[in-house]
Design a protein around this ligand. Sequence first.
Ligand SMILES: Nc1nc2c(ncn2[C@@H]2O[C@H](COP(=O)(O)OP(=O)(O)OP(=O)(O)O)[C@@H](O)[C@H]2O)c(=O)[nH]1
Ligand SMILES: [Mg+2]
Length: 305
Amino acid sequence: MNEPSSDAIPTVEHSGLCALVGRPNVGKSTLLNALLGEKVSIVTRKPQTTRHRILGVLNRPDAQMVLVDTPGMHQSAKRALNRQLNRAAHGALEDIDVVVFVVRGTEWKEDDQRVLERLADVDAPVIVAVNQVDRVQDKRLLLPHLEWLAEQRDFAALVPVSATRGENLDALERETIQRLPSGPPLFPADQITDRDLGFRLGELVREQLMLNLGDELPYTTSVQIEQLHREEGMTRVAAVIWVESDGQKPIVIGRGGERLKKIGRSARLQMENLLGERVHLELWTKIKEQWTNDRRALDELGYTD
Ligand SMILES: Nc1nc2c(ncn2[C@@H]2O[C@H](COP(=O)(O)OP(=O)(O)OP(=O)(O)O)[C@@H](O)[C@H]2O)c(=O)[nH]1
Ligand SMILES: [Mg+2]
């Protein structure tokens, strides 16, 4: 009677959650995508690119590791949006099986120190991924830096990697997966992320905004997908780019609409790449005043976790 039914989910040797944390811009999202072999989280050269907790599911024959990408933890708590980013990153450390603390080469900044301090009361094993080692000019500095890091906490492991070059990622994967408990997989084998298509498409627009706008403006824009229709061999997408003031609109649109066109073209190509079919993309800009500092607006735009 109590025999498990034949379609009960079998347990795997290693199943659990692994959070990628660190200060902004060290390469957490790049690392997530590189480990998964698919772009699930957007990447730019600017800090505070990631605004949400994003899960990426890595399946192996004996394991399922759910990687949690997080916004970079940082000191500035000026805007409600910044506070929300920090909240999402800190919240991601609850109920985690392994933490990967991502740092950049031989750098150690105040925000790295803060992350280390935040990890003080985390019981899960913490592995340091020393990312971007390809950028360390003088390789002789690496070993002393690893030794110095090893003195800062009883880390489970220190793994030098290059996310963009794919160097040593197998070692990082081994070190993390082996520390996951056995259990049933948390996601179906064919699901790569917890985020729906609308979210992923919106992020691809935001990625282009970050890449194509000057220094301050990207942080006051947000993207909302208004329409998403999948037709025979083609997907139609309409998205709104929210800005904070009248003055910001022409900057996003550019002279004769050139900049918005470029943003749209690049985002569309990324979308076509993701979907493997043609995409028709319409972009609009609208104003929502002070949304980055307005709790309710943040909720409306999906910044709730
Ligand atoms: N040279 C080199 N660049 C890298 C490497 N990993 C990431 N980058 C670059 O570092 C920049 C930041 O990468 P992201 O993955 O967006 O960094 P992040 O930690 O997710 O940043 P936030 O989301 O802002 O917290 C991008 O320009 C990446 O291309 C690496 O291993 N080598
Ligand atoms: Mg990121």
